[in-house]
Design a binder for this molecule. Structure first.
Ligand SMILES: [Zn+2]
Length: 332
């Protein structure tokens, strides 16, 4: 049992490296935006809650988890709505003691209402900039290419991401590139050219991998995409050579404790892979993935991790995560 208190974790300076915009819209904001726009499929926020938060009897598969993004996407097709939800996400993170916040987002699935890819990216950056002005934290955006849209679209998105890169602008900008969505049938090697473009544009490289597939896909992400970090990577623990490689090259794994159980990446009763990574010397970050869909937050995730870690260990993890952040210009 942990001897770390909630108050100690709240006071800890935390770094969030893996959090999705559409899965993290604070419920009251989602509900209000739905009602204002006549988009609410049910009559109360309580009923809506069940539709956007993964329920216990829905746990166990990635595809079921991804279904929870259906309704939030009705709202996030419009510029002002996107700005508003991102401001809410930043404020919620700041209230949890998050000092470095990297949000991630797939612009293409926010263009159904007619926004261009550029507008879909700018709207999030506007929300991030407003949020950073009003709260004491550093922010940046990782652009996601959905795997099922294919490698060619991923290349187009990598180029769009570069045009909004942080190093080209004064304010918060795009800091990284990622792929996400169903892994099966969409191996990382298909996206090598998109990653080469993103890398040439000085974006940080991460990839959702090893959540729904085995370690061979993580090898591909490391060898073929040249990732700096990995999202989830749970299946790496079954491959000792891969663990040594991740440790040697200091490839940080963005660990999402609650989400990984919900998607079935970690089986019930099995210890989370974060402890095996730490044991093997692989750098890790403690992340929420989706605060709304997973009904979690930074404090809860750190409390969960603290069942086998001390407060000092948590502080070290967040210090290292800060160094691995793609946001440029963070003072050490
Ligand atoms: Zn994720």
């Amino acid at each position: 049992m942990s001897d770390v208190s909630r108050a100690e974790i709240l006071a800890l300076e935390k770094v969030e490296l893996h959090q999705h915009v559409d899965g993290s819209i604070p419920l009251p904001i989602l509900w209000r935006t739905m009602v204002e726009n006549g988009l609410n499929p049910v009559d109360s926020m309580e009923e809506m809650k069940k539709m956007v938060i993964l329920q216990a009897d829905e746990e166990g598969t990635l595809l079921r988890y991804l279904e929870k993004f259906h309704y939030p996407l009705w709202v996030t097709q419009f510029y002002e709505n996107i700005v508003e939800v991102v401001e809410g996400i930043v404020a919620a993170a700041a209230s949890q003691g998050v000092k470095v916040l990297e949000l991630r987002y797939a612009p293409l699935i926010h263009t159904f209402g007619g926004l261009t890819i550029r507008q879909a990216i700018r709207s999030v950056l506007t929300g991030l900039n407003h949020g950073a002005e009003e709260n004491d934290l550093q922010v940046g955006l990782i652009i996601i290419a959905m795997r099922h849209h294919g490698p060619h679209i991923a290349k187009i998105l990598a180029r769009s991401a570069i045009s909004e890169a942080q190093h080209l602008h004064q304010a918060a900008g795009v800091i990284g590139f990622d792929i996400a969505g169903a892994e099966v049938g969409n191996p990382p090697r298909l996206f090598a050219e998109a990653y080469r473009i993103a890398n040439a544009g000085q974006l940080g490289l991460t990839a959702h991998v090893g959540e729904d597939e085995g370690p061979e896909m993580i090898w591909q992400a490391v060898d073929t995409l040249g990732v700096d970090r990995i999202g989830h990577g749970c299946s790496a623990t079954s491959d000792r050579e891969l663990m040594r490689r991740l440790a040697r090259d200091k490839i940080m794994v963005e660990c999402c404790l609650t989400s990984n159980r919900q998607t079935g990446s970690i089986f019930p009763g099995e210890p989370h892979s974060i402890y095996a990574f730490l044991e093997a010397g692989v750098p890790v970050a403690i992340c929420t993935d989706n605060t709304t869909v997973s009904a979690t937050d930074q404090v809860k995730e750190n409390l969960l991790a603290s069942t086998n870690l001390k407060l000092d260990d948590l502080a070290t993890i967040h210090r290292r995560a800060r160094r691995a952040s793609f946001i440029a210009g963070l003072d050490a």
